[in-house]
Ligand binder design. Structure first.
Ligand SMILES: [Zn+2]
Length: 117
């Protein structure tokens, strides 16, 4: 992902309209690119600031809030990856189970002379 693409995703990230695929790439870029991270921090600070005005809450740890948001995003991507792996494992298991059943079935037919083997 280029800085341009990452910049374009800053707002979607903050208002939560970013897709999971974009989020994964975005997090990777933010982790390695100080400029884009700074950009995100600025937008995040402004966003939190506005909401803070709306809600009238007191002091708020913005840097901590961004860290928390990023951590939650990382966990989300991690969970999605696990789900993807789990789904793949289940699919693979189902395939082998089906194959095993077929093999056993054919052997049984073979033994009973059904296929003339
Ligand atoms: Zn960048």
């Amino acid at each position: 992902m280029t800085c341009r693409e990452a910049e374009r995703l800053v707002m979607p990230y903050i208002n939560g309209s970013i897709t999971d695929e974009e989020l994964e790439e975005f997090l990777k870029h933010i982790e390695g690119c100080g400029e884009c991270r700074e950009e995100l921090e600025i937008y995040f600070t402004v966003d939190v600031g506005i909401r803070q005005l709306d809600e009238g809450t007191g002091t708020y740890n913005i840097k901590g809030a961004l860290e928390t948001a990023l951590e939650l995003s990382r966990q989300r991507i991690h969970t999605l990856m696990l789900l993807k792996t789990a789904r793949y494992a289940v699919n693979t298991l189902c395939f082998w189970a089906l194959l095993m059943i077929l093999v056993l079935q054919f052997r049984m037919w073979g033994q009973s002379g059904f296929l003339g083997l």
